[in-house]
Design a protein around this ligand. Structure first.
Ligand SMILES: Nc1ncnc2c1ncn2[C@@H]1O[C@H](COP(=O)(O)OP(=O)(O)O)[C@@H](O)[C@H]1O
Ligand SMILES: [Mg+2]
Length: 404
């Protein structure tokens, strides 16, 4: 089919041509946002899911919605090894400028600016300052302790927003990469703002372990947010995700073609886009047939291996790779952590550090104590292709010098 008009959108955070299966969530969030604008109690939202299920796409949609409803917004992606404080500055500074332009709450806006300045200097951050004069605000957000300072800063900004007849919405992607202190500071901030009944809405997104990480950071995090699980699409929605974009271009799929793509992708959104896109390019004419799909599938898998899976695999040490290979040996998971060690031929304790590193790198997660699972759908099959053989692990033992 004509590649120029290929409607599919495979790629991280790319808006799909038809966003299917998420209507309820979008509707619930829109209601919550409107409640927040009216300063009615609302829970924030932490979108939980594996790689490629569409969390970033949802976060971006909700961000657009918030702007449409008149929120002032901050949207950031937690970097793997970065500083949240530094990342927050430009967005907050911009909001303060914007609030200043509204000229409704000059005093509170200047105060927020002054608190931001304290915060920046307490954390030794690059901060361009403000073109307007700020009077000092001693004792506010200047301790250098993020859990104390961030709530004070955000409360000051949201208060200024409230008095300026607007509200703040905060969007934070890849929450699992925050340090424990940073996550605690975010949770405490949301809690503080909620208690003061200020107009604020929070959306976070990340790998499924963030529900537990937030709960560990502060136990009340369980009640502060809802934790919608974003998973594979329901079969009907997955079919629509394929069929509708093509139909707009006057192209159809046979029933067999659709069934085959559903079976290959297991309804995971990213895989649907990838199969849709490549099958489109390969198919000579409408309708796209089962044969077209079957003939294209090996190429799609090769492409996924060389890109989507591979970039993750290459970031790992040989031992981490071996650990994942042992997981794959046991099926698609989740796995008992002890069984993985047994497949490697070692005690669980001798690979505990490897497992933790894999969690920190966002490759595996643990729903329950003693359990481990992949964070990337179908990674088990990739591991079997990548490392056909499982070689048992021989831990380095400290060798005694032979007696002389
Ligand atoms: N509801 C959906 N329907 C169809 N495709 C989707 C949907 N949500 C996401 N996608 C597609 O899935 C891919 C991954 O989305 P992304 O938001 O980056 O996932 P995540 O952030 O969970 O890793 C993108 O190509 C996107 O277009
Ligand atoms: Mg994402």
């Amino acid at each position: 089919m004509d590649r120029i008009n290929n409607p599919y959108a495979p790629g991280a955070g790319l808006q799909p041509p038809t966003l299917t299966g998420r209507d309820q969530l979008l509707e619930d969030a829109a209601i919550d946002m409107q409640r927040a604008l009216k300063r009615r109690p609302t829970q924030g939202m932490m979108l939980l899911g594996l790689r490629g299920v569409g969390k970033t796409v949802l976060l971006n949609r909700l961000h657009e919605k918030a702007m449409e409803l008149g929120f002032q917004t901050v949207k950031i992606e937690a970097p793997e090894s970065g500083r949240l404080a530094q990342l927050l500055l430009p967005g907050l500074r911009q909001i303060i400028y914007h609030l200043d332009l509204r000229q409704k709450a000059k005093r509170l806006v200047r105060e927020a600016a002054s608190v931001l300045r304290n915060f920046a200097s307490a954390f030794e951050l690059n901060f361009g300052g403000f073109e307007f004069g700020i009077s000092p605000s001693p004792g506010r957000a200047d301790t250098g302790n993020l859990e104390q300072d961030l709530p004070m800063l955000l409360v000051a900004v949201v208060q200024a927003a409230k008095e300026s007849d607007t509200a703040i919405a905060f969007f934070l992607d890849e929450v699992q990469y925050l340090s424990r202190d940073e996550l605690a500071a975010i949770v405490v901030s949301c809690h503080e703002i909620a208690q003061q009944g200020l107009p604020f809405y929070f959306v976070g997104a990340g790998l499924p372990q963030i529900a537990r990480l937030a709960g560990n950071a502060k136990s009340y995090a369980e009640r502060l947010f809802t934790y919608p699980e974003i998973g594979p699409l329901p079969a009907g929605a997955a079919k629509n995700a394929l069929i509708q974009p093509a139909a707009v271009e006057g192209v159809a799929f046979t029933k067999g073609a659709v069934e085959e793509i559903i079976s290959q992708t297991k309804c995971y959104p990213y895989f649907l886009q990838e199969w849709g896109s490549q099958v489109w390019n390969a198919a000579p004419e409408t309708p796209i047939t089962l044969d077209d799909v079957v003939n294209t599938t090996p190429g799609v898998i090769e492409h996924l291996d060389a890109n989507f899976f591979r970039v993750r695999f290459d970031r790992l040490t040989p031992l981490e790779q071996k650990y994942l290979r042992a997981m794959a040996e046991l099926g698609s998971g989740p796995y008992k952590t002890g069984d993985i060690a047994a497949a490697l031929g070692v005690e669980a304790s001798s690979v505990a550090v490897v497992r933790q590193n894999l969690i920190d790198k966002g490759m595996v997660w643990s729903q329950r104590h003693g359990e481990t699972a992949f964070t990337v759908p179908m990674f088990d099959q990739f591991m079997l292709r990548q490392m056909p053989e499982l070689i048992p692990h021989v831990p380095n033992r400290r060798r005694c010098k032979p007696e002389s």
